[in-house]
Design a protein around this ligand. Structure first.
Ligand code: NI
Ligand code: MN
Length: 238
């Protein structure tokens, strides 16, 4: 994999948590469960965050969003129902949205797309309505586009996401059990035909058994060079 010089810096914190830094210095966190079992020590003390994106209501995705937003004054973007929940927990800088919509934050365009999963919020042993699960397409100021699929099964409209939004990089769950495994993710890559592929939501617990290597073996030849295997805490520039 040879990244082009797009100037987008990406750090994986384990599970589905990523930091994207735009070439103009915007820091965007997605699904920031930064004290997951694989996260680098102290990750949740991250200092500069402009935006936090949440894909769905499960605790391994809302993660440390609320405490990070309180500390950094980052704006939290999520589906409408989760934004109500976030507001009830003392965060006023939220932007609720829904699938098909786009918000433009100082030149970074965030579009919410579909995902096939569930989205109840586990709060003190009670289940709270979390709307529907989602994925995001993020378009940076220079046009580079990332599709972060959230937690999802394989679904046919990934082809539509590929054709319509033309993501350069796709970040797909590969762990299995709660999401797609490597076989489904490999097929998703055929539908999306991206330049770069990153696997997530694997290895956090023993039950999430899929690996980037399995994904790589299952990809067609034309996509085999596209897989980027990240180590947790490692920053890579696209
Ligand atoms: Ni989930
Ligand atoms: Mn999950």
């Amino acid at each position: 994999m040879k990244p082009n010089n797009n100037g987008i810096k990406i750090t994986w914190f384990g599970h589905s948590a990523f930091l994207f830094e735009s070439h103009r210095g915007k820091n965007i966190l997605i699904d920031p469960w930064l004290d997951n079992p694989k996260a680098p020590a102290g990750a949740k003390d991250i200092a500069n965050v402009d935006l936090i994106l949440i894909t769905h209501g499960h605790s391994d995705h809302i993660g440390n969003s609320i405490e990070i937003a309180k500390r950094t004054n980052a704006k939290i973007i999520s589906i409408f129902e989760i934004s109500l929940y976030i507001s009830e927990h003392g965060i006023t800088n939220t932007q609720g949205m829904n699938k098909g919509g786009t918000v433009d934050i100082d030149g970074v365009k965030v579009t919410m797309v579909d995902a096939k999963h569930s989205s109840g919020i586990d709060y003190d042993g009670r289940l709270i309505e979390g709307g529907e699960p989602a994925g995001y397409v993020i378009e940076f100021e220079n046009g580079f586009r990332i599709y972060h699929a959230g937690d999802t099964a394989l679904f046919g409209d990934m082809k539509l996401i590929g054709e319509f939004y033309k993501p350069d990089l796709v970040i797909l769950p590969i762990g299995g059990l709660y999401t797609m495994g490597p076989e489904e993710a490999a097929y998703a890559c055929r539908l999306l035909m991206p330049k770069y592929i990153i696997g997530m939501h694997y290895g956090t617990f023993p039950a999430l058994t899929g690996t980037p290597n399995e994904l790589l073996k299952l990809l067609p030849l034309a996509l085999k060079d596209s897989v980027v295997e990240l180590e947790v805490g490692q920053q890579i520039t696209f």
